[in-house]
Design a protein around this ligand. Structure first.
Ligand code: AGP
Length: 614
Protein backbone atom coordinates (compact mmCIF):
# COMPACT_ATOMS: atom_id res chain seq x y z
CA UNK A 1 0.00 0.00 0.00
CA UNK A 2 1.03 3.63 -0.40
CA UNK A 3 3.58 5.04 2.02
CA UNK A 4 3.93 8.61 3.24
CA UNK A 5 6.89 10.44 4.80
CA UNK A 6 7.04 14.14 5.61
CA UNK A 7 9.52 16.37 7.42
CA UNK A 8 9.83 19.91 8.74
CA UNK A 9 13.29 20.68 10.10
CA UNK A 10 16.13 23.19 10.15
CA UNK A 11 18.43 20.82 8.26
CA UNK A 12 18.03 19.48 4.68
CA UNK A 13 15.33 16.80 4.64
CA UNK A 14 15.93 15.13 1.23
CA UNK A 15 17.95 12.19 2.58
CA UNK A 16 15.56 11.71 5.52
CA UNK A 17 12.63 11.46 3.12
CA UNK A 18 14.42 9.01 0.82
CA UNK A 19 15.50 6.81 3.71
CA UNK A 20 11.90 6.89 4.99
CA UNK A 21 10.67 5.69 1.59
CA UNK A 22 13.23 2.87 1.58
CA UNK A 23 11.96 1.77 4.97
CA UNK A 24 8.39 1.76 3.60
CA UNK A 25 9.28 -0.35 0.56
CA UNK A 26 8.01 -3.49 2.30
CA UNK A 27 4.46 -2.14 2.07
CA UNK A 28 4.41 -2.66 -1.71
CA UNK A 29 4.31 0.10 -4.35
CA UNK A 30 4.90 0.81 -8.02
CA UNK A 31 6.12 4.43 -8.19
CA UNK A 32 7.70 6.97 -5.87
CA UNK A 33 8.07 10.73 -5.58
CA UNK A 34 9.24 13.62 -3.43
CA UNK A 35 8.45 17.34 -3.21
CA UNK A 36 10.60 19.87 -1.38
CA UNK A 37 10.28 23.58 -0.69
CA UNK A 38 13.54 24.97 -1.98
CA UNK A 39 15.36 27.94 -0.38
CA UNK A 40 14.05 30.26 -3.13
CA UNK A 41 10.49 29.45 -1.98
CA UNK A 42 9.64 27.22 -4.94
CA UNK A 43 8.00 23.83 -4.55
CA UNK A 44 9.80 21.31 -6.74
CA UNK A 45 9.24 17.59 -7.20
CA UNK A 46 10.84 14.49 -8.69
CA UNK A 47 8.89 11.34 -9.48
CA UNK A 48 9.79 7.94 -10.92
CA UNK A 49 7.99 4.75 -11.89
CA UNK A 50 9.38 1.62 -10.22
CA UNK A 51 11.54 1.30 -7.15
CA UNK A 52 12.79 4.02 -4.79
CA UNK A 53 16.20 3.48 -6.41
CA UNK A 54 14.77 5.00 -9.63
CA UNK A 55 13.68 8.09 -7.69
CA UNK A 56 17.10 8.26 -6.10
CA UNK A 57 18.67 8.22 -9.58
CA UNK A 58 16.33 11.02 -10.69
CA UNK A 59 17.36 13.04 -7.64
CA UNK A 60 21.03 12.53 -8.24
CA UNK A 61 20.58 13.81 -11.82
CA UNK A 62 18.56 16.76 -10.60
CA UNK A 63 18.92 17.29 -6.82
CA UNK A 64 16.42 19.04 -4.54
CA UNK A 65 17.42 20.95 -1.46
CA UNK A 66 15.28 22.26 1.39
CA UNK A 67 14.15 21.68 4.96
CA UNK A 68 10.43 21.11 4.33
CA UNK A 69 9.26 18.17 2.22
CA UNK A 70 6.96 15.25 1.62
CA UNK A 71 7.54 11.93 -0.12
CA UNK A 72 5.47 8.97 -1.21
CA UNK A 73 5.44 5.44 -2.54
CA UNK A 74 2.31 4.78 -4.61
CA UNK A 75 0.44 1.50 -5.01
CA UNK A 76 -1.79 2.19 -7.99
CA UNK A 77 -5.55 2.22 -7.46
CA UNK A 78 -6.99 5.07 -9.58
CA UNK A 79 -4.89 5.30 -12.73
CA UNK A 80 -1.91 3.28 -13.95
CA UNK A 81 1.53 3.38 -12.31
CA UNK A 82 2.90 6.24 -14.45
CA UNK A 83 5.03 9.24 -13.60
CA UNK A 84 2.03 11.55 -14.10
CA UNK A 85 -0.01 9.58 -11.58
CA UNK A 86 2.84 9.31 -9.05
CA UNK A 87 2.62 11.54 -5.97
CA UNK A 88 3.19 14.28 -4.84
CA UNK A 89 0.43 16.10 -6.69
CA UNK A 90 0.62 19.84 -7.02
CA UNK A 91 -1.85 22.70 -7.34
CA UNK A 92 -1.05 26.25 -8.34
CA UNK A 93 -1.50 29.08 -10.69
CA UNK A 94 -0.18 28.29 -14.16
CA UNK A 95 3.42 27.11 -13.79
CA UNK A 96 3.70 28.24 -10.17
CA UNK A 97 3.14 25.42 -7.69
CA UNK A 98 1.50 26.65 -4.51
CA UNK A 99 1.08 23.39 -2.66
CA UNK A 100 2.11 19.74 -2.84
CA UNK A 101 0.22 16.79 -1.40
CA UNK A 102 0.69 13.04 -0.91
CA UNK A 103 -2.14 10.63 -0.13
CA UNK A 104 -2.70 7.07 1.01
CA UNK A 105 -6.26 5.67 0.66
CA UNK A 106 -9.16 6.06 -1.74
CA UNK A 107 -11.45 9.09 -2.11
CA UNK A 108 -14.80 7.59 -3.06
CA UNK A 109 -16.54 10.83 -4.06
CA UNK A 110 -13.67 12.17 -6.18
CA UNK A 111 -15.58 11.99 -9.47
CA UNK A 112 -18.27 14.62 -8.67
CA UNK A 113 -15.59 16.77 -6.98
CA UNK A 114 -13.37 16.52 -10.06
CA UNK A 115 -16.24 17.34 -12.44
CA UNK A 116 -17.10 20.38 -10.34
CA UNK A 117 -13.48 21.62 -10.33
CA UNK A 118 -13.12 21.02 -14.08
CA UNK A 119 -16.31 23.00 -14.67
CA UNK A 120 -14.63 25.85 -12.76
CA UNK A 121 -11.67 25.66 -15.15
CA UNK A 122 -9.21 23.63 -13.06
CA UNK A 123 -6.78 21.60 -15.19
CA UNK A 124 -5.92 18.08 -13.98
CA UNK A 125 -2.61 16.49 -14.84
CA UNK A 126 -3.25 12.95 -13.51
CA UNK A 127 -5.93 10.25 -13.43
CA UNK A 128 -5.79 10.00 -9.64
CA UNK A 129 -8.41 10.65 -6.99
CA UNK A 130 -5.67 12.42 -5.00
CA UNK A 131 -5.23 15.41 -7.26
CA UNK A 132 -8.75 16.56 -6.43
CA UNK A 133 -7.62 17.22 -2.86
CA UNK A 134 -4.67 19.34 -3.94
CA UNK A 135 -6.95 21.65 -5.97
CA UNK A 136 -9.61 21.78 -3.26
CA UNK A 137 -7.06 22.78 -0.61
CA UNK A 138 -5.62 25.46 -2.88
CA UNK A 139 -9.11 26.88 -3.38
CA UNK A 140 -9.86 26.68 0.34
CA UNK A 141 -6.62 28.56 1.12
CA UNK A 142 -8.00 31.53 -0.80
CA UNK A 143 -10.74 31.79 1.83
CA UNK A 144 -8.97 30.65 5.00
CA UNK A 145 -5.38 31.87 4.40
CA UNK A 146 -4.29 29.15 6.84
CA UNK A 147 -3.17 25.67 5.75
CA UNK A 148 -4.51 23.85 8.82
CA UNK A 149 -7.97 25.38 8.48
CA UNK A 150 -7.99 24.88 4.70
CA UNK A 151 -7.13 21.18 5.04
CA UNK A 152 -9.70 20.73 7.78
CA UNK A 153 -12.39 22.30 5.63
CA UNK A 154 -11.52 20.09 2.63
CA UNK A 155 -11.29 16.76 4.43
CA UNK A 156 -14.76 17.32 5.86
CA UNK A 157 -16.09 17.02 2.27
CA UNK A 158 -14.30 13.75 1.53
CA UNK A 159 -15.83 10.29 1.52
CA UNK A 160 -13.56 7.28 1.71
CA UNK A 161 -10.19 6.79 3.33
CA UNK A 162 -7.20 9.07 3.48
CA UNK A 163 -3.92 9.84 5.14
CA UNK A 164 -2.42 12.98 3.62
CA UNK A 165 0.54 15.29 4.07
CA UNK A 166 0.56 18.78 2.57
CA UNK A 167 3.13 21.54 2.25
CA UNK A 168 2.58 25.09 0.99
CA UNK A 169 4.96 27.52 -0.68
CA UNK A 170 3.92 30.31 1.72
CA UNK A 171 4.28 28.23 4.93
CA UNK A 172 8.01 27.46 5.02
CA UNK A 173 8.02 25.83 8.47
CA UNK A 174 4.70 24.00 8.52
CA UNK A 175 3.61 20.55 7.41
CA UNK A 176 -0.10 19.73 7.66
CA UNK A 177 -1.29 16.15 7.75
CA UNK A 178 -4.61 14.40 8.31
CA UNK A 179 -5.99 10.89 8.54
CA UNK A 180 -9.21 8.95 8.39
CA UNK A 181 -9.28 5.24 7.59
CA UNK A 182 -5.57 5.11 6.68
CA UNK A 183 -2.71 5.15 9.19
CA UNK A 184 -0.48 8.15 9.93
CA UNK A 185 1.84 8.85 12.83
CA UNK A 186 3.69 11.97 13.90
CA UNK A 187 7.36 11.57 14.81
CA UNK A 188 8.62 14.03 17.41
CA UNK A 189 12.29 15.02 17.04
CA UNK A 190 14.46 17.67 18.71
CA UNK A 191 13.46 20.91 17.01
CA UNK A 192 12.00 19.02 14.04
CA UNK A 193 8.88 16.99 13.31
CA UNK A 194 7.96 14.23 10.90
CA UNK A 195 4.98 12.25 9.72
CA UNK A 196 4.84 8.76 8.28
CA UNK A 197 2.49 5.90 7.41
CA UNK A 198 4.42 3.69 9.77
CA UNK A 199 6.77 4.55 12.67
CA UNK A 200 9.39 2.33 10.99
CA UNK A 201 9.81 4.98 8.30
CA UNK A 202 10.89 7.50 10.92
CA UNK A 203 13.06 5.39 13.24
CA UNK A 204 16.15 6.88 11.62
CA UNK A 205 15.25 10.25 13.17
CA UNK A 206 13.13 9.56 16.24
CA UNK A 207 11.67 6.87 18.48
CA UNK A 208 8.88 9.11 19.86
CA UNK A 209 5.52 8.93 18.14
CA UNK A 210 2.02 10.38 18.42
CA UNK A 211 -0.83 8.47 16.77
CA UNK A 212 -3.51 10.49 15.04
CA UNK A 213 -7.14 9.55 15.63
CA UNK A 214 -9.84 9.18 12.95
CA UNK A 215 -10.62 12.58 11.42
CA UNK A 216 -7.65 14.39 13.05
CA UNK A 217 -5.84 17.15 11.20
CA UNK A 218 -2.39 18.13 12.53
CA UNK A 219 0.07 20.94 11.87
CA UNK A 220 3.74 20.14 12.51
CA UNK A 221 6.09 22.97 13.43
CA UNK A 222 9.79 22.77 14.22
CA UNK A 223 9.36 22.51 17.99
CA UNK A 224 5.75 21.39 18.53
CA UNK A 225 2.63 20.11 16.81
CA UNK A 226 -1.04 21.00 17.13
CA UNK A 227 -4.02 18.74 16.40
CA UNK A 228 -7.68 19.45 15.56
CA UNK A 229 -10.15 16.60 15.91
CA UNK A 230 -12.86 15.84 13.33
CA UNK A 231 -15.07 18.54 14.89
CA UNK A 232 -12.31 21.13 14.55
CA UNK A 233 -11.56 21.32 18.30
CA UNK A 234 -7.93 21.46 19.50
CA UNK A 235 -6.97 18.12 21.15
CA UNK A 236 -3.85 16.55 22.68
CA UNK A 237 -2.37 13.35 21.26
CA UNK A 238 0.21 11.78 23.58
CA UNK A 239 3.77 11.14 22.43
CA UNK A 240 4.90 7.55 23.16
CA UNK A 241 8.43 6.17 23.05
CA UNK A 242 8.84 2.98 20.95
CA UNK A 243 11.55 0.97 22.68
CA UNK A 244 12.29 -2.00 20.41
CA UNK A 245 11.85 -0.33 17.06
CA UNK A 246 15.50 -0.14 16.01
CA UNK A 247 16.07 -3.86 16.33
CA UNK A 248 13.07 -4.56 14.08
CA UNK A 249 14.13 -2.26 11.31
CA UNK A 250 17.22 -4.24 10.35
CA UNK A 251 17.70 -7.74 8.87
CA UNK A 252 20.66 -8.43 11.16
CA UNK A 253 22.62 -11.43 9.86
CA UNK A 254 19.68 -12.80 7.89
CA UNK A 255 19.32 -12.63 4.12
CA UNK A 256 15.66 -11.63 4.28
CA UNK A 257 13.28 -10.12 6.82
CA UNK A 258 11.04 -13.17 6.39
CA UNK A 259 13.81 -15.55 7.45
CA UNK A 260 14.72 -13.31 10.39
CA UNK A 261 11.08 -13.19 11.44
CA UNK A 262 10.71 -16.99 11.19
CA UNK A 263 13.75 -17.39 13.45
CA UNK A 264 12.50 -14.79 15.93
CA UNK A 265 9.54 -17.00 16.79
CA UNK A 266 10.89 -18.66 19.97
CA UNK A 267 11.55 -15.20 21.41
CA UNK A 268 8.29 -13.54 20.34
CA UNK A 269 6.22 -16.52 21.49
CA UNK A 270 7.89 -16.10 24.89
CA UNK A 271 7.13 -12.36 24.76
CA UNK A 272 3.47 -13.07 23.96
CA UNK A 273 3.21 -15.39 26.98
CA UNK A 274 5.13 -13.11 29.32
CA UNK A 275 3.12 -11.88 32.30
CA UNK A 276 0.02 -13.75 31.17
CA UNK A 277 0.50 -17.11 32.89
CA UNK A 278 0.38 -17.40 36.68
CA UNK A 279 0.81 -20.81 38.33
CA UNK A 280 -1.79 -23.06 36.74
CA UNK A 281 -3.97 -20.46 35.05
CA UNK A 282 -3.96 -17.49 32.69
CA UNK A 283 -4.49 -13.92 33.85
CA UNK A 284 -7.67 -12.48 32.28
CA UNK A 285 -6.34 -9.00 33.10
CA UNK A 286 -4.20 -9.39 29.94
CA UNK A 287 -7.40 -8.34 28.12
CA UNK A 288 -7.77 -5.11 30.08
CA UNK A 289 -9.60 -4.20 33.26
CA UNK A 290 -13.10 -4.68 31.81
CA UNK A 291 -12.46 -8.29 30.82
CA UNK A 292 -13.29 -9.85 34.21
CA UNK A 293 -16.79 -8.40 34.05
CA UNK A 294 -17.39 -9.22 30.39
CA UNK A 295 -16.00 -12.75 29.85
CA UNK A 296 -18.45 -14.67 32.09
CA UNK A 297 -21.37 -13.22 30.07
CA UNK A 298 -20.07 -14.37 26.67
CA UNK A 299 -22.43 -16.93 25.10
CA UNK A 300 -21.18 -16.82 21.51
CA UNK A 301 -18.11 -15.61 19.65
CA UNK A 302 -17.88 -14.06 16.17
CA UNK A 303 -14.35 -13.77 14.73
CA UNK A 304 -13.61 -11.60 11.69
CA UNK A 305 -10.22 -11.17 9.94
CA UNK A 306 -8.43 -11.36 6.58
CA UNK A 307 -5.76 -13.62 5.06
CA UNK A 308 -3.38 -15.21 7.52
CA UNK A 309 -5.20 -13.63 10.46
CA UNK A 310 -8.38 -15.32 9.25
CA UNK A 311 -6.58 -18.67 9.35
CA UNK A 312 -5.67 -17.96 12.99
CA UNK A 313 -9.37 -17.36 13.66
CA UNK A 314 -10.24 -20.70 12.04
CA UNK A 315 -7.93 -22.53 14.45
CA UNK A 316 -9.39 -20.61 17.38
CA UNK A 317 -12.86 -21.81 16.49
CA UNK A 318 -11.83 -25.42 17.24
CA UNK A 319 -10.29 -24.35 20.56
CA UNK A 320 -13.08 -22.05 21.72
CA UNK A 321 -15.82 -24.59 21.06
CA UNK A 322 -13.90 -27.51 22.58
CA UNK A 323 -12.21 -25.84 25.53
CA UNK A 324 -14.67 -23.10 26.49
CA UNK A 325 -17.89 -24.71 25.23
CA UNK A 326 -18.84 -21.47 23.48
CA UNK A 327 -20.21 -21.53 19.89
CA UNK A 328 -17.87 -19.68 17.54
CA UNK A 329 -18.27 -18.36 13.98
CA UNK A 330 -15.37 -17.19 11.80
CA UNK A 331 -15.66 -15.10 8.65
CA UNK A 332 -13.45 -13.11 6.30
CA UNK A 333 -13.96 -9.41 6.91
CA UNK A 334 -14.65 -8.46 3.27
CA UNK A 335 -17.69 -10.78 3.29
CA UNK A 336 -18.88 -10.09 6.81
CA UNK A 337 -18.97 -6.30 6.42
CA UNK A 338 -21.49 -6.40 3.55
CA UNK A 339 -23.80 -9.06 4.95
CA UNK A 340 -27.08 -8.81 6.80
CA UNK A 341 -25.99 -10.35 10.10
CA UNK A 342 -28.13 -11.94 12.81
CA UNK A 343 -26.35 -11.48 16.12
CA UNK A 344 -27.12 -14.12 18.76
CA UNK A 345 -27.53 -12.87 22.33
CA UNK A 346 -24.33 -12.03 24.25
CA UNK A 347 -21.93 -12.48 21.33
CA UNK A 348 -18.37 -11.23 21.67
CA UNK A 349 -17.03 -9.75 18.40
CA UNK A 350 -13.32 -10.48 17.86
CA UNK A 351 -11.06 -9.05 15.17
CA UNK A 352 -7.57 -10.42 14.47
CA UNK A 353 -5.01 -8.35 12.61
CA UNK A 354 -1.24 -7.99 12.52
CA UNK A 355 -1.34 -4.36 11.40
CA UNK A 356 -4.58 -3.21 13.02
CA UNK A 357 -5.16 -1.09 9.91
CA UNK A 358 -6.59 -3.60 7.40
CA UNK A 359 -9.43 -1.70 5.75
CA UNK A 360 -11.94 -4.57 5.61
CA UNK A 361 -11.30 -5.68 9.20
CA UNK A 362 -11.62 -2.12 10.46
CA UNK A 363 -14.84 -1.58 8.50
CA UNK A 364 -16.18 -4.88 9.87
CA UNK A 365 -15.50 -3.69 13.44
CA UNK A 366 -17.25 -0.38 12.80
CA UNK A 367 -20.22 -2.18 11.28
CA UNK A 368 -20.31 -4.69 14.16
CA UNK A 369 -20.47 -1.85 16.68
CA UNK A 370 -23.90 -0.95 15.28
CA UNK A 371 -25.22 -4.51 15.48
CA UNK A 372 -25.71 -5.08 19.20
CA UNK A 373 -22.72 -7.25 20.12
CA UNK A 374 -21.82 -7.74 23.76
CA UNK A 375 -18.49 -6.05 23.11
CA UNK A 376 -15.48 -6.04 20.81
CA UNK A 377 -12.00 -7.47 21.27
CA UNK A 378 -9.00 -6.84 18.98
CA UNK A 379 -6.09 -9.29 18.82
CA UNK A 380 -3.43 -7.16 17.24
CA UNK A 381 0.31 -6.61 16.89
CA UNK A 382 0.53 -2.85 16.52
CA UNK A 383 -0.01 -0.70 19.59
CA UNK A 384 -1.93 2.48 18.84
CA UNK A 385 -3.39 1.05 15.61
CA UNK A 386 -6.97 1.90 14.64
CA UNK A 387 -8.28 -1.53 15.57
CA UNK A 388 -6.70 -1.33 19.01
CA UNK A 389 -8.06 2.13 19.64
CA UNK A 390 -11.59 1.37 18.52
CA UNK A 391 -12.14 -1.96 20.34
CA UNK A 392 -13.49 -2.38 23.87
CA UNK A 393 -10.88 -5.00 24.81
CA UNK A 394 -7.44 -5.61 23.33
CA UNK A 395 -4.92 -8.42 23.40
CA UNK A 396 -1.46 -7.54 22.05
CA UNK A 397 0.47 -10.27 20.27
CA UNK A 398 3.99 -8.88 20.94
CA UNK A 399 5.47 -10.24 17.70
CA UNK A 400 7.36 -6.97 17.20
CA UNK A 401 7.30 -5.26 13.81
CA UNK A 402 6.82 -7.67 10.92
CA UNK A 403 8.39 -6.38 7.70
CA UNK A 404 8.16 -9.37 5.34
CA UNK A 405 4.88 -9.21 3.44
CA UNK A 406 4.33 -12.91 4.15
CA UNK A 407 3.10 -13.11 7.70
CA UNK A 408 5.03 -15.56 9.89
CA UNK A 409 5.70 -14.60 13.51
CA UNK A 410 2.51 -12.54 13.55
CA UNK A 411 0.52 -15.71 12.85
CA UNK A 412 2.11 -17.94 15.49
CA UNK A 413 1.79 -15.21 18.12
CA UNK A 414 -1.86 -14.70 17.11
CA UNK A 415 -2.46 -18.41 17.69
CA UNK A 416 -0.72 -18.19 21.06
CA UNK A 417 -2.83 -15.18 22.06
CA UNK A 418 -5.98 -16.99 20.91
CA UNK A 419 -5.11 -20.04 23.01
CA UNK A 420 -4.62 -17.74 26.01
CA UNK A 421 -7.97 -16.09 25.28
CA UNK A 422 -9.64 -19.51 25.02
CA UNK A 423 -8.28 -20.43 28.45
CA UNK A 424 -9.45 -17.11 29.90
CA UNK A 425 -12.95 -17.86 28.56
CA UNK A 426 -12.74 -21.39 29.93
CA UNK A 427 -11.79 -20.06 33.37
CA UNK A 428 -14.60 -17.50 33.22
CA UNK A 429 -17.04 -20.37 32.54
CA UNK A 430 -15.73 -22.22 35.62
CA UNK A 431 -14.72 -25.32 33.62
CA UNK A 432 -12.43 -28.04 35.01
CA UNK A 433 -9.02 -26.77 36.16
CA UNK A 434 -7.02 -29.89 35.25
CA UNK A 435 -7.21 -29.32 31.49
CA UNK A 436 -6.39 -25.63 31.93
CA UNK A 437 -3.38 -26.55 34.06
CA UNK A 438 -2.18 -29.06 31.45
CA UNK A 439 -2.38 -26.49 28.63
CA UNK A 440 -0.71 -23.79 30.73
CA UNK A 441 2.17 -26.23 31.33
CA UNK A 442 2.28 -26.98 27.60
CA UNK A 443 2.43 -23.27 26.78
CA UNK A 444 5.52 -22.89 28.95
CA UNK A 445 7.28 -25.39 26.64
CA UNK A 446 6.29 -23.52 23.49
CA UNK A 447 9.41 -21.34 22.90
CA UNK A 448 11.78 -24.29 23.44
CA UNK A 449 9.79 -26.59 21.16
CA UNK A 450 9.66 -23.88 18.52
CA UNK A 451 13.46 -23.68 18.55
CA UNK A 452 13.64 -27.47 18.12
CA UNK A 453 11.37 -27.22 15.06
CA UNK A 454 13.56 -24.44 13.62
CA UNK A 455 16.55 -26.77 14.01
CA UNK A 456 15.00 -28.92 11.23
CA UNK A 457 15.74 -26.14 8.74
CA UNK A 458 18.52 -27.96 6.82
CA UNK A 459 16.31 -31.02 6.34
CA UNK A 460 13.44 -28.84 5.09
CA UNK A 461 15.73 -26.89 2.77
CA UNK A 462 16.75 -30.22 1.13
CA UNK A 463 13.09 -31.05 0.45
CA UNK A 464 12.45 -27.68 -1.19
CA UNK A 465 14.40 -28.75 -4.30
CA UNK A 466 11.49 -31.03 -5.26
CA UNK A 467 9.20 -27.98 -5.61
CA UNK A 468 11.31 -25.64 -7.68
CA UNK A 469 10.05 -26.99 -11.04
CA UNK A 470 6.47 -27.64 -9.93
CA UNK A 471 3.51 -25.47 -10.88
CA UNK A 472 0.97 -26.75 -8.35
CA UNK A 473 0.89 -28.14 -4.82
CA UNK A 474 -1.79 -29.58 -2.55
CA UNK A 475 -1.79 -29.15 1.24
CA UNK A 476 -3.79 -31.47 3.51
CA UNK A 477 -4.69 -31.36 7.19
CA UNK A 478 -7.57 -32.31 9.47
CA UNK A 479 -9.13 -30.55 12.46
CA UNK A 480 -7.00 -27.66 13.71
CA UNK A 481 -4.45 -28.60 11.07
CA UNK A 482 -6.80 -27.78 8.18
CA UNK A 483 -6.33 -24.01 8.72
CA UNK A 484 -2.59 -24.70 9.06
CA UNK A 485 -2.70 -26.40 5.64
CA UNK A 486 -4.51 -23.30 4.30
CA UNK A 487 -1.81 -21.10 5.78
CA UNK A 488 0.93 -23.31 4.30
CA UNK A 489 -0.68 -23.02 0.86
CA UNK A 490 -1.03 -19.23 1.22
CA UNK A 491 2.66 -18.89 2.12
CA UNK A 492 3.77 -20.96 -0.88
CA UNK A 493 1.48 -19.00 -3.25
CA UNK A 494 2.51 -15.59 -1.96
CA UNK A 495 6.25 -15.86 -2.16
CA UNK A 496 7.02 -18.61 -4.70
CA UNK A 497 4.05 -17.95 -7.06
CA UNK A 498 3.33 -21.69 -7.17
CA UNK A 499 -0.38 -22.37 -7.32
CA UNK A 500 -1.27 -24.10 -4.05
CA UNK A 501 -4.57 -25.34 -2.65
CA UNK A 502 -5.43 -26.68 0.78
CA UNK A 503 -8.15 -29.16 1.66
CA UNK A 504 -9.37 -30.90 4.76
CA UNK A 505 -7.88 -34.34 4.07
CA UNK A 506 -11.33 -35.97 4.35
CA UNK A 507 -12.47 -33.98 1.30
CA UNK A 508 -9.78 -35.49 -0.93
CA UNK A 509 -11.92 -38.13 -2.53
CA UNK A 510 -14.75 -35.65 -3.10
CA UNK A 511 -12.85 -34.02 -5.94
CA UNK A 512 -9.20 -32.93 -5.49
CA UNK A 513 -7.91 -36.51 -5.70
CA UNK A 514 -8.46 -36.21 -9.47
CA UNK A 515 -5.55 -33.74 -9.55
CA UNK A 516 -3.05 -36.06 -7.91
CA UNK A 517 -0.24 -37.40 -10.10
CA UNK A 518 3.57 -37.27 -9.94
CA UNK A 519 3.60 -33.57 -10.85
CA UNK A 520 1.41 -32.58 -7.90
CA UNK A 521 3.37 -32.64 -4.64
CA UNK A 522 1.10 -33.24 -1.67
CA UNK A 523 2.09 -31.75 1.67
CA UNK A 524 0.42 -33.13 4.80
CA UNK A 525 0.58 -32.05 8.44
CA UNK A 526 0.23 -35.04 10.74
CA UNK A 527 0.25 -34.36 14.48
CA UNK A 528 -0.37 -37.17 16.92
CA UNK A 529 -4.08 -36.51 17.53
CA UNK A 530 -7.45 -38.26 17.36
CA UNK A 531 -7.62 -37.81 13.58
CA UNK A 532 -4.21 -39.31 12.81
CA UNK A 533 -5.43 -42.73 11.61
CA UNK A 534 -7.99 -41.07 9.35
CA UNK A 535 -5.31 -38.79 7.92
CA UNK A 536 -3.06 -41.80 7.25
CA UNK A 537 -5.85 -43.41 5.19
CA UNK A 538 -6.13 -40.21 3.16
CA UNK A 539 -2.39 -40.28 2.54
CA UNK A 540 -2.66 -43.89 1.31
CA UNK A 541 -5.13 -42.60 -1.28
CA UNK A 542 -2.50 -40.14 -2.51
CA UNK A 543 0.27 -42.78 -2.54
CA UNK A 544 -1.90 -45.19 -4.52
CA UNK A 545 -2.24 -42.56 -7.30
CA UNK A 546 1.53 -42.09 -7.64
CA UNK A 547 1.48 -38.72 -5.80
CA UNK A 548 4.70 -37.55 -4.10
CA UNK A 549 4.04 -36.98 -0.41
CA UNK A 550 5.79 -34.60 1.98
CA UNK A 551 4.62 -35.31 5.49
CA UNK A 552 5.40 -33.22 8.57
CA UNK A 553 4.67 -35.66 11.37
CA UNK A 554 4.80 -35.77 15.14
CA UNK A 555 7.75 -37.71 16.58
CA UNK A 556 5.47 -40.57 17.67
CA UNK A 557 3.76 -41.01 14.30
CA UNK A 558 4.85 -44.00 12.22
CA UNK A 559 4.82 -43.18 8.53
CA UNK A 560 7.57 -44.86 6.51
CA UNK A 561 10.01 -42.68 4.59
CA UNK A 562 10.51 -43.80 0.96
CA UNK A 563 11.33 -42.36 -2.45
CA UNK A 564 7.76 -41.12 -2.86
CA UNK A 565 7.05 -40.41 0.84
CA UNK A 566 9.30 -37.83 2.48
CA UNK A 567 8.74 -37.61 6.22
CA UNK A 568 10.05 -34.87 8.51
CA UNK A 569 9.63 -35.73 12.20
CA UNK A 570 8.79 -32.89 14.59
CA UNK A 571 9.49 -33.14 18.33
CA UNK A 572 6.82 -34.74 20.52
CA UNK A 573 4.29 -32.08 21.53
CA UNK A 574 0.82 -31.68 22.98
CA UNK A 575 -2.08 -31.47 20.53
CA UNK A 576 -2.78 -27.90 21.78
CA UNK A 577 0.57 -26.61 20.61
CA UNK A 578 0.57 -28.57 17.35
CA UNK A 579 -1.16 -25.92 15.16
CA UNK A 580 1.39 -23.32 16.28
CA UNK A 581 4.45 -25.54 15.84
CA UNK A 582 3.41 -27.31 12.62
CA UNK A 583 3.16 -23.88 10.97
CA UNK A 584 6.91 -23.35 11.26
CA UNK A 585 8.13 -26.07 8.83
CA UNK A 586 5.59 -24.86 6.26
CA UNK A 587 7.02 -21.32 6.57
CA UNK A 588 10.54 -22.64 6.08
CA UNK A 589 9.51 -24.78 3.12
CA UNK A 590 7.92 -21.80 1.33
CA UNK A 591 10.94 -19.64 2.08
CA UNK A 592 13.41 -22.14 0.59
CA UNK A 593 11.24 -22.80 -2.46
CA UNK A 594 11.02 -19.03 -3.09
CA UNK A 595 14.82 -18.75 -2.81
CA UNK A 596 15.23 -21.49 -5.42
CA UNK A 597 12.74 -19.72 -7.67
CA UNK A 598 14.54 -16.42 -7.22
CA UNK A 599 11.44 -14.40 -6.27
CA UNK A 600 11.39 -11.24 -4.18
CA UNK A 601 10.78 -12.94 -0.82
CA UNK A 602 10.12 -9.87 1.33
CA UNK A 603 8.13 -7.93 -1.25
CA UNK A 604 6.31 -10.43 -3.47
CA UNK A 605 4.78 -9.06 -6.64
CA UNK A 606 1.37 -7.38 -6.50
CA UNK A 607 1.11 -7.65 -2.70
CA UNK A 608 1.21 -5.07 0.06
CA UNK A 609 2.00 -5.58 3.73
CA UNK A 610 -0.77 -3.50 5.13
CA UNK A 611 -3.96 -3.53 3.05
CA UNK A 612 -5.40 -0.17 4.01
CA UNK A 613 -7.76 0.11 1.04
CA UNK A 614 -10.71 -2.09 0.23
C1 AGP B 1 -0.29 -13.07 4.78
O1 AGP B 1 0.98 -13.54 4.58
C2 AGP B 1 -0.61 -11.77 4.22
N1 AGP B 1 0.34 -10.78 4.49
C3 AGP B 1 -2.06 -11.33 4.38
O2 AGP B 1 -2.91 -12.40 4.12
C4 AGP B 1 -2.44 -10.70 5.75
O3 AGP B 1 -2.49 -11.66 6.75
C5 AGP B 1 -3.80 -9.99 5.59
O4 AGP B 1 -3.67 -8.97 4.64
C6 AGP B 1 -4.33 -9.44 6.89
O5 AGP B 1 -3.46 -8.48 7.42
P1 AGP B 1 -3.58 -8.02 8.94
O6 AGP B 1 -3.29 -9.21 9.78
O7 AGP B 1 -2.57 -6.91 9.07
O8 AGP B 1 -4.99 -7.54 9.14
Amino acid sequence: MCGIVGAVAERPVGDILLEGLRRLEYRGYDSAGVAIREPNGQLSRRRAVGKVAALEAALSDSPLNGSLGIAHTRWATHGRPTQANAHPHMAGDGDTNELALVHNGIIENYEPLRRQLEAEGVHFSSETDTEVMAHLIRRSMQTHHDLLQAVHQVVSQLEGAYAIAVIHRDAPQQLVCARKGSPLVIGAGMGEHFCGSDPLALLQVTDRFAYLEEGDVARLHLDHFEVLNAQGQPVERPVIRWEHGHQAASKGDFKHFMLKEIHEQPQVLADTLEGRLAGDHVLPQMLGSDAMALLPSVKQVQIVACGTSYHAGMVARYWIERLAGVPCQVEVASEYRYRQVVVPEATLFITISQSGETADTLAALRFAKTQGYLGSLAICNVPGSSLMRESDLTLMTHAGPEIGVASTKAFTTQLTALLLLTLALRQAKGLDDATTREIVDDLRQLPTLCQQVLDLDTQIERLSAAFAEKHHALFLGRGTQFPIALEGALKLKEISYIHAEAYPAGELKHGPLALVDRDMPVIAVAPNDDLLEKLKSNLQEVGARGGELFVFADHAVTIADSEQHHVVKLPAMSEWLAPILFTVPLQLLSYHVAILKGTDVDQPRNLAKSVTVE
